[in-house]
Design a protein around this ligand. Structure first.
Ligand code: NAD
Length: 244
């Protein structure tokens, strides 16, 4: 069987790490790409310890040259990228009135422009192969809005729009483009919240708890699989029912 390669941006921890491990168990060779070189290596070591194949890459999505270099290396070393998981993302929260221009720019640059430029790097090869899976990690707030997150919400709503646009552009070449929209997931991103805030949020979630990175990874793994071959342009909510 063909050895398919999956590249996970922000694969060093949280949802990206869980996704890298889940795709490895599904038989993919994994490229772990983030600016956290030591953590990338730790994830790669975990993958190799269960007989998987992994490559690590230094990737800064805020920098187009870094994106081009990292993806060039991945394509050279692995020969192909069949699945791109645009997972990396950051927050810089503030009420709109007080949001600093640099915090607006950085979040849009990493969360939205980063997804676009990373996707541009993999499309030529996927178009040639007539097979590809692009899976973008959006957010529940990209659907619902959220006070204090104008930059982040705009980036994630943009990712959902970009997903639908790309799905229409490349569908005829058997490339699917989908998104997952996680709710509140237990990672470093939500670790900053106080226990009181977390308890209040959990009350609003029908399933009564925050999600685990593995809950999101399972949806990504499905979208990367042959079973999802006829699904494109969709955004799957993985949010415990907090937004319907
Ligand atoms: P996390 O903070 O644990 O991990 C973020 C990842 O992004 C890390 O691997 C980090 O190295 C990488 N990253 C940061 N800046 C980068 C850059 N400039 N270039 C490349 N990589 C960079 O976050 P997480 O909770 O695992 O989030 C993963 C994705 O899920 C993000 O897109 C986030 O917006 C989204 N999400 C998370 C939640 C949640 O509750 N945790 C909810 C909805 C959506």
């Amino acid at each position: 069987m063909l050895n398919r390669v999956a590249l996970v941006t922000g694969g060093s921890r949280g949802i990206g790490r869980a996704t890298a491990l889940a795709l490895c168990r599904a038989g993919f060779e994994i490229v772990v790409a983030s600016p956290e070189l030591e953590k990338n290596e730790e994830v790669a070591a975990e993958i190799r310890s269960c007989s998987g194949r992994a490559l690590t890459l230094d990737l800064d999505l805020a920098n187009l040259e870094s994106v081009k270099t990292a993806f060039g290396t991945a394509l050279r070393e692995c020969g192909r990228i069949d699945v791109l998981v645009n997972n990396a993302g950051i927050t810089r929260d503030a009420l709109a009135m007080r949001m600093k221009p640099e915090d607006w720019d950085l979040v849009i640059r990493i969360n939205l422009s980063g997804v676009f430029f990373a996707t541009q790097q993999v499309l030529p090869r996927m178009l040639k192969e007539r097979w590809g899976r692009i899976i973008n990690v959006a957010s529940v707030v990209g659907r619902s809005g959220n006070p204090g997150q104008a930059n982040y919400v705009s980036s994630k709503a943009g990712v959902i729009g970009l997903t639908k646009c790309l799905a229409q552009e490349v569908g005829s070449r058997n490339i699917t483009v989908n998104a997952v929209a996680p709710g509140f997931i237990e990672t470093d991103m939500t670790a900053k919240l106080s226990p009181e805030v977390k308890a209040k949020m959990a009350e609003k979630i029908p399933l009564g708890r925050f999600g685990r990175p593995e809950d999101v990874a399972a949806a990504v793994k499905f979208l990367a699989s042959e079973d999802a071959a006829y699904i494109t342009g969709q955004c799957i909510d993985v949010n415990g029912g907090m937004y319907m």
